[in-house]
Design a protein around this ligand. Structure first.
Ligand SMILES: *Cc1c(COP(=O)(O)O)cnc(C)c1O
Length: 411
């Protein structure tokens, strides 16, 4: 069946599809409330609607010169403008990738290789995502020098520590915009000032900050930044790397057809790129209203838990943190036991990638949280589609299950 007969059989997928109207209760699947928006977010209906034609009628290769190709290329151009608009940058500064893991690898490894003649030292910190930490470990095995700065008890990096770690051989530093586990926001512009003063390139894994916090790359002062669509209500498997215009670009990790200025060859994921563009435009329009609404819900949840439960500890910075993040330790309640007891809410212990392991989160360990307490940490990640009613349901259930578990195993 070709795309045309497919559409013929499924007329509802063209034009105003079933998803065009107000967001459905995307986050409720089998009556489970979704509060794990740092792991991934539901696709916004507007994003899905924008993508569908590029999975069906407009299936062309954006590099082809016939009309199928130019239709796809026009869509990619539009999406690149939407991304650039959110980042306050120009379209030449955006390279599409398969997501933030690839963007992080491309930035760190690509710059390390490109600047090898200038030095071999890279600075990062212990609370980064594994896409950064493991890339730096791999480079260390190839002979690069790596420094992992400590973070404070809130998970924050100190610009003074950054400055003190710079050596004549330092070519790159990488510090995340906001932490995906505890939500702490790093002082990115202050770090950028230090980097610029010493002529060191500055990459930021900005996945959790972009679309939620100020997303203007010029104002942040970074040279490279990673983002991914699925953390901002777009599809999985598509992201971008912002590369400031006047720096020499990272070496490509792939060889191929020369797409994306040769920095990231490979046939463009047109539908994904369209989805990323639509998600960026929505995020920009939604930012202020969304930020306040989500942080108010988050604070309500925290208050309700605080009033009814003793011995709960907030992880991360009390003010400088993501609007939807609430990372709490429930002393003497193992997080996996709590998770298993919760029937109506999808949340995480530590980071999503660690959900199978019972070792304490590396971020909490880096913050100096004692191991025993770290094993009781739960991450609530509220997002655009959560409601006050859901917060009530979740708070009641958490209180009930924590009390039950504590009664079962006192001390
Ligand atoms: C989710 C996430 C990533 C990985 O992004 P993918 O697109 O899933 O590869 C990297 N860094 C941070 C901070 C994240 O939250």
């Amino acid at each position: 069946m070709n795309a045309f007969s497919y559409i013929h059989c499924h007329p509802e997928i063209v034009g105003r599809g079933p998803c065009a109207s107000p967001p459905q209760k995307d986050q409720i699947v089998n009556n489970i409330i979704y509060m794990d928006n740092h792991a991934t977010t539901p696709i916004a209906p507007e994003v899905l609607e924008a993508m569908i034609p590029y999975l069906t009628t407009h299936f062309g290769n954006a590099s082809s010169t016939h009309s199928f190709g130019t239709t796809a290329k026009d869509a990619v151009d539009k999406a690149r403008h939407q991304v650039a608009d959110l980042l306050g940058c120009s379209v030449e500064e955006i390279v599409f990738t398969s997501g933030a893991t690839e963007s992080d690898n491309l930035a760190i490894r690509g710059i390390a290789y490109a600047r090898r003649d200038n030095g071999n030292h890279i600075i990062t910190n212990t609370a980064e995502h594994h896409a950064i930490l493991d890339t730096c470990h791999a480079l260390a095995a190839e002979g690069f020098e790596t420094t992992y700065l400590p973070v404070d008890k809130y998970g924050m990096v100190s610009p003074d520590d950054v400055e003190a770690a710079i050596t004549p051989k330092t070519v790159l530093m990488s510090f995340m915009y906001a932490n995906n586990e505890v939500g702490t926001i790093n002082p990115i512009s202050d770090i950028a000032t230090v980097a610029a003063k010493h002529g060191v390139l500055f990459h930021s894994d900005a996945v959790q900050g972009i679309g939620q916090l100020s997303s203007d790359m010029e104002r942040l002062g970074v040279d490279l930044a990673s983002l991914t669509a699925h953390k901002i209500y777009g599809p999985k498997g598509i992201g971008a790397l912002y590369i400031r215009r006047n720096i020499s670009p990272p070496h490509s990790l792939f060889h191929g057809g020369g797409q994306e200025l040769g920095v990231r060859p490979g046939t463009l994921n047109v539908a994904g790129i369209v989805g990323l563009g639509a998600a960026c435009e929505l995020a920009k329009n939604y930012m202020e209203q969304g930020k306040n609404g989500v942080s108010a819900l988050r604070d309500t949840l925290h208050q309700k838990l605080n009033v009814c439960l003793e011995d709960i500890h907030l992880n991360g910075h009390p003010e400088q943190r993501l609007p939807g993040n609430l990372n709490l330790c429930f002393a003497s309640v193992q997080s996996h036991a709590l998770l298993m007891g919760l029937k109506s809410v999808a949340i995480s212990t530590g980071s999503a990638c660690d959900s199978e392991s019972v070792t304490a989160s590396h971020v909490l360990v880096a913050m100096g949280v004692p191991n025993e307490l770290a094993l009781t940490a739960i991450r609530f990640g509220l997002g655009r589609y959560n409601t006050a009613e859901e917060v009530d349901i979740v708070a009641d259930e958490v209180i009930r299950v924590v009390n039950r578990l504590r009664a079962l195993a006192p001390e």
